[in-house]
Design a protein around this ligand. Structure first.
Ligand SMILES: Nc1nc2c(ncn2[C@@H]2O[C@H](COP(=O)(O)OP(=O)(O)OP(=O)(O)O)[C@@H](O)[C@H]2O)c(=O)[nH]1
Ligand SMILES: [Mg+2]
Length: 251
């Protein structure tokens, strides 16, 4: 982690009247930073939760997540990709700042779409974005209206050590770097099924609840076979993880 990282994040929080905590709608629980939320809620500052990438989540999943998160702070669904939810986000910002000159800090886990949000709110690309987690390094100030200044920030990784599966899930470790991509892929299938029982049907046209059998079925669907026509589960595991990390699987 870069030196002075947390002091920079805390400075951004200090300078802002409103903080937008950007969460990945596919796994908000893994991208939340409860310590920072608490710090904000215990101060005079306002907090709005933004569930971004909502284009990758079914409505059912989205509403279930929202119900939980609304207990903490106002919560908005957004897809910067499809430009859905922008009006609601602007309304939530307007309500929170209530006409005051404001600095709005955009914080959150790496790769959740913080820089993309700056760009859609500004109406043009001013903050650089990337599918690589940890892309934004320094803070960047962008004025979006007479009284609102946005601050982009580098992604915050909580201190808690994550396991290989979670690192894969949040795009911090790709298939090539995993010790055992097949086990991780099986965990991914289980996790997806828990979130949305029809996820395999919707994404691959497969009806299967056993993760090992599902991986084999996916191998057949993707025509990844070894000699003798058996499913190549190792290659398929890598492809599945890539599909997930390239945002091709909707939960
Ligand atoms: N499907 C989908 N992808 C999105 C959405 N918003 C952003 N992305 C993609 O997610 C990736 C990360 O976006 P960024 O805006 O760079 O994310 P960030 O939070 O600024 O990332 P760091 O600077 O690394 O912390 C990019 O590949 C974006 O194209 C969205 O609403 N839907
Ligand atoms: Mg960024």
């Amino acid at each position: 982690m870069q030196k002075g990282f947390f002091s920079r994040i805390f400075r951004i929080i200090q300078e802002s009247n409103l903080l937008l905590e950007v969460l990945d709608a596919r796994f908000p629980e893994l991208t939340r930073n409860r310590g920072i939320e608490k710090k904000i809620l215990n101060s005079e500052k306002k907090l709005v939760l933004v569930l971004n990438k909502s284009d990758l989540v079914t409505r059912e999943t989205l509403f279930r997540e929202k119900k939980e998160l609304e207990k903490i702070a106002p919560c908005v669904f957004l897809s910067t990709k499809q430009r859905n939810g922008l009006r609601k986000l602007r309304e939530a910002i307007g309500k929170a700042i209530n006409g005051k000159d404001s600095v709005v800090g955009i914080i959150g886990y790496p790769n959740t779409g913080k820089s993309s949000i700056i760009n859609v709110l500004r109406g043009k690309s001013v903050a650089k974005t990337s599918s690589k987690a940890g892309f934004t390094r320094g803070e960047q100030f962008v004025r979006i209206s007479k009284n609102i200044m946005l601050v982009d920030s580098p992604g915050i990784i909580p201190f808690a050590q994550k396991n290989e599966f979670e690192l894969m899930l949040v795009n911090s470790k790709n298939a090539e770097r995993l010790k055992d991509s097949e086990t991780t892929a099986l965990q991914l299938i289980q996790w997806l099924l828990q979130k949305n029982p029809s996820v395999l049907k919707e994404n691959f046209g497969i009806e299967e609840t056993d993760s090992e059998k599902a991986l084999e079925q996916i191998a057949f669907k993707k025509n990844r076979l070894v000699k003798g026509g058996l499913p190549d589960t190792q290659a398929t595991a890598k492809i599945l993880i890539q599909d997930w990390q390239r945002e091709k699987i909707k939960v």
